[in-house]
Write a new protein. Structure first.
Length: 394
């Protein structure tokens, strides 16, 4: 069947969607509020009575999980950075702070970006295509990529941004009101808002909403396993297949990201992979070939990969955009390695967004940008030959 979608209706900016009519506090919301601390006054939050307390700015905070106390130091154990924080010290992410030998998150309920996006923007092409996702972004990231596309959020402290009050029950209720199929934790690195994401995702499941994690994959196994219990889909940014490049370009390491991909696969969480092709950093053909071989050998060929075009910005403004020929070459390498679904992002080419059936090569889903222009998918299978198409479908 063909499915036509109006491009103008696909993306709605909803800064003002958190109106009082949709923020009536649930029992869960009230219970969570007791743990919030106002860092500007040192006072605990007032208990909710009928409505959630909406406070402007960034001052609502919550005790974090995944840390251990040491002698006058708190060590965060959320991600491989393992930051050791003296009192009032912050982690690499800028949003987790040691307050009186307890680790707190400064971004619980304080998103700096709220949008309704097509799920294809995440990008997720095999996860309820054509649906909308209520998308939340916050300050902070646990990497410092020279090529960051959202550095205005990810490389900032919460108090340096304009923030909106949006607690877990509000996010769920608004997503339902706006008829979204999922809630996406995106734009910055969602791992650093772990507590908010985990609480919101659990509430979302109670309302039959799906949860999407758009991530750099830089997280430790224990919190990731907790997340796998309530996350339904993910896009993991595999930035390169070189530890040396990870250290120079992203100020991180490769192995933790590979471990995340393996864990998601083991836990049966649907995920897709994005690799940004950055000239002089991640455009080496041999490295791309090794990466694709590892993917097929370790997690199989059914997880889609998106090769995305780099544009000069942030700290790499001196580099040129990725040549289209390099994107096409990367696609050919991935297909030859045995990856069944390969896409090209940030550059419009004739069939760069088309899903082809691995069985008969028929066009199963056709896209222009984020818009689906044709679909021949029946019950999760190719409408032409019946071959099962990997993914999560309606």
């Amino acid at each position: 069947m063909d499915k036509q979608i109006d491009p103008a209706a696909r993306r709605i900016f909803c800064k003002c969607c958190l109106a009082p009519a949709v923020i009536a506090a649930s029992g869960v919301g009230q219970a969570a509020q007791a743990g919030w601390l106002d860092f500007l006054t040192g006072e605990t939050a007032p208990k909710a009575s009928g409505k959630a307390s909406v406070v402007p700015g960034w001052k609502w905070s919550k005790k974090a999980g995944h840390f251990k106390k040491m002698d006058r130091i708190v060590q965060c154990q959320l991600c491989p950075n393992g930051c050791r924080l003296h009192r009032n010290g912050r982690g690499t992410c800028r949003v987790r702070v040691n307050k009186n030998d307890v680790l707190y998150s400064l971004v619980y309920g304080n998103p700096a970006a709220i949008h309704i996006d097509p799920i294809e923007k995440k990008p997720l092409y095999h996860f309820y295509p054509g649906t909308d996702s209520f998308s939340l972004g916050f300050a902070g990231c646990n990497l410092s990529c020279l090529n960051c596309q959202n550095w205005e959020l990810s490389q900032k402290k919460p108090e340096e941004l304009q923030n909106y009050s949006c607690f877990p029950h509000q996010a769920v209720e608004t997503a339902m009101q706006k008829k979204c199929r999922s809630i996406a934790y995106t734009y910055n690195e969602p791992s650093v808002v772990f507590e908010f994401m985990h609480d919101t995702a659990r509430l979302a499941h109670l309302k039959q909403l799906k949860n999407v994690w758009v991530t750099n994959g830089y997280i430790n196994r224990e919190p990731l396993l907790e997340l796998c219990e309530c996350i339904d889909g993910a896009n993991v940014d595999l930035k390169s297949f070189s530890d040396d490049v990870y250290r120079k370009l992203n100020f991180g390491r490769l192995q933790p990201v590979l471990d995340t991909l393996k864990t998601l696969h083991e836990q049966n969480v649907w995920f897709e992979i994005t690799t940004l092709i950055v000239p002089a950093y991640t455009d080496d053909s041999a490295m791309i070939r090794d990466m694709c071989a590892w993917i097929v050998d370790t997690i199989g060929g059914d997880h889609p990969i998106h090769f995305s075009r780099f544009g000069p910005h942030y700290k790499l403004k001196h580099l040129p955009p990725t040549p289209p020929s390099k994107l096409l070459e990367a696609r050919d390498i991935a297909r030859s390695a045995g990856i069944n679904y390969v896409y090209i992002g940030n550059y419009r080419t004739g069939d760069g967004g088309t899903t082809f059936c691995p069985g008969c090569r028929a066009k199963v889903i056709e896209r222009i940008g984020y818009v689906i222009t044709g679909m021949n998918l029946k019950g999760g299978a190719c409408g032409a030959c019946g071959h099962k198409i990997a993914g999560r479908w309606s």
